[in-house]
Design a protein around this ligand. Sequence first.
Ligand SMILES: Cc1cc2nc3c(=O)[nH]c(=O)nc-3n(C[C@H](O)[C@H](O)[C@H](O)COP(=O)(O)O)c2cc1C
Length: 309
Amino acid sequence: MKGLTTRHFMDTLCDCGEPDEYISEFLRVHPTAIVTNDIIDLIENRKSVADLSIQLLGKEPEHFLRIAKELQRYKIKSINLNCGCPMPKISRKGVGGTLLTELNTMDDIISILSNNIDIPISVKTRIGYRDPKEFDIILDHLMKHRLSAVYVHARTVKGMYGEPVNFEYVKIAKAALRCHVIANGDVKTAQEAVNIIKETNADGVMIGRAAISNPWIFRQINELTNKAKVFIPAGEDYLDFIEKLQNVSEEFSLTDFQKTSSMKKYAIPIAEFVDPLGSFPYYIRRATTLQDLTNMCKNFFMKKYEIIT
Ligand SMILES: Cc1cc2nc3c(=O)[nH]c(=O)nc-3n(C[C@H](O)[C@H](O)[C@H](O)COP(=O)(O)O)c2cc1C
């Protein structure tokens, strides 16, 4: 997730129990785009040994090819094509989710990569641009290609993040496609992940936001699948996780305000998850210094969290 699943976040996740594979935040493809240092750093210096795919977002096949040729130097699991991003400033440029209205362009990008690049190609899609009825046509296009996996965020592009997810479409994709099909969208708990795999026959689930609010979710899914005792994080586990993320932010020459804003991106979802009806999220949102934020976290996780759980 752009701005959230950085190398440092992934490194911190290593201690919580990792997913089987990662997809990077998107790398924008355009005429002057290059493989950024952030992406190279992620590929070469991450602590994790889990597979990593690099996601590309753009619309010009020739520039995808240029970037993909550069990526061939590195060991990655797949090049993932973003056909799902709904953010207006992105989709306005005809990329991300808007590619679902330009399926021939999507075909051209996949074809140029498959015909010229050794790395497997995967696609992240939504179930339509405006209407899930479009999904049959999207699948017809995807079926023409040799893909390693299709990740289905089971809502439309116009549905942004508010439309209810409909995993029936993941089931349809799994029945139609010969590659791995991964279900995505609003998976919040390990139990939900296990249920969705069972209901849809998907090869796995992709988890975005819940990996921030509950970084132990991957470990919990494995434990649940293997019928082992499921780990329940204590207040100290959350504090330890937040502290490790904070130590990372100390490495950069940022102002205290910048560090506080950066930490809030993680601390707010955590607070909303552990105290959905309480005041912890309210106070975290209003923290003005890193010390403030740390004190609030200590106060909550050392005193109140134990009472709630
Ligand atoms: C802040 C933010 C950044 C995101 N960045 C990306 C991205 O770079 N590439 C992508 O394919 N999806 C991105 N997504 C979408 C997520 O990968 C995922 O499809 C979506 O949030 C639904 O899954 P979830 O409910 O498990 O989070 C982003 C979502 C959020 C909230």
